[in-house]
Design a protein around this ligand. Structure first.
Ligand code: TXA
Ligand code: MG
Length: 315
């Protein structure tokens, strides 16, 4: 693909103009930066897959600026889906529901379902409202790289490949949204995120989580693909593997006794989650070969954090 000039702006109206003219625009949300296109414009949606090098079998999430837009996308809503919308929109939760015919197959990788979420970020909501229609958006990284939590990380991956970057602050949460499939009874948690399983169960008590080893791939196509990987190897623990002599980095909640080329100590699991993906990118820029990640208890955001660290360690 030939290079295009990528405009940077802090103005949501200017950014929305690119969407309205059929372009692709990166924008901040409370989770990570997304790469958006108008959902009902197939040509524009195709550009997302091209810019990211994303496999065509991985469906996209529709982002809405107004709860009223759900009806443009969802054919039907279970009472559980309605309860989740009521409690968690806007917020870091994506619900998967049966799609309307208006949603083009390319957006959902041919599935008859669509993921929907309403981000809880003022800049994202201003942008989405200016767009006027739902916007499909995966994370704004090259496929396989860590999701971007800053506009600079988006620029690093996608400069010259997308029309515009809406520049905001670094994202608050730093991990992608929780995804719940509401087309099955009881609903099924497909991806862990900032809305924890306990918070979900306070609203829909029977929500199920995939048991480890259960075939999640058919239910959430994204789980089939390699994710969240820095170029460096990732190890879980607090120590260097015996005999390792290369450049290593450490991130966690406590200082390690060992000597690392780079160290990041966070004050809470929330801060650790918010820092993780940018730390991965920093390590890659600094030629780090191994990143040691301290494990955290799997409660609250800790469950999503450990999920991302494990996937990176597998990559
Ligand atoms: O926080 C987020 O969700 C970010 C921001 C930009 O909103 N977006 C994001 O999108 O993480 P992406 O494309 O990187 O991840 C979407 C995930 C994938 O694992 C995908 O397979 C799953 O959601 N997904 C999307 N639509 C689905 C569907 N119809 N059925 C099952 N899984 C779906
Ligand atoms: Mg992604």
């Amino acid at each position: 693909m030939s290079a295009i000039s990528t405009v940077r702006t802090t103005d949501p109206t200017e950014a929305a103009g690119f969407i309205i003219r059929g372009g692709v625009v990166a924008f901040p949300t409370e989770t990570v930066y997304g790469l958006g296109a108008a959902i009902f414009d197939e040509t524009a949606v195709r550009k997302i897959f091209e810019a990211k090098g994303r496999p065509g079998d991985n469906p996209l999430i529709a982002h809405i600026g107004d709860v009223g837009q759900v009806e443009l996308l969802a054919l039907e809503l279970s009472s559980d889906a309605e309860r989740l919308i009521e409690h968690f929109f806007p917020g870091p939760l994506t619900i998967v529901v049966k799609k309307t015919d208006a949603v083009p197959a390319i957006a959902t990788a041919g599935l008859d379902t669509i993921g929907i979420r309403m981000p809880n970020s003022e800049l994202a909501l201003a942008f989405l409202r200016e767009c006027g229609k739902p916007i499909v958006a995966p994370s704004a990284n090259v496929s396989g790289r860590p999701s971007p939590t800053t506009w600079q990380a988006v620029l690093e991956d996608l400069d010259g490949k997308i029309d515009c970057i809406l520049q905001g602050e670094p994202t608050d949460i730093g991990l992608e949204s929780t995804v719940v499939n509401c087309t099955v009874e009881p609903p099924l948690l497909l991806r862990r995120g900032a809305v924890s399983i306990d918070e979900l169960r306070a609203v829909v008590p029977l929500i199920r989580e995939l048991a480890s080893g259960e075939a999640g791939a058919e239910k959430s196509p994204g789980l089939r693909h390699k994710h969240y990987s820095p170029r460096a190897k990732v190890a879980i623990g607090r120590e260097l593997p015996a005999g390792f002599a290369g450049r290593a980095a450490f991130i966690g909640l406590h200082t390690s006794e060992e000597i690392f080329a780079e160290t990041r100590v966070a004050n809470s699991a929330e801060e650790y989650a918010a820092a993780l993906f940018e730390f991965f990118r920093e390590c890659d820029r600094g030629g780090i070969e191994l990143i040691v990640c301290e494990p955290v208890p799997e409660t609250g955001i800790g469950a999503a954090l450990m999920d991302r660290i494990r996937r990176a360690a597998e990559g």
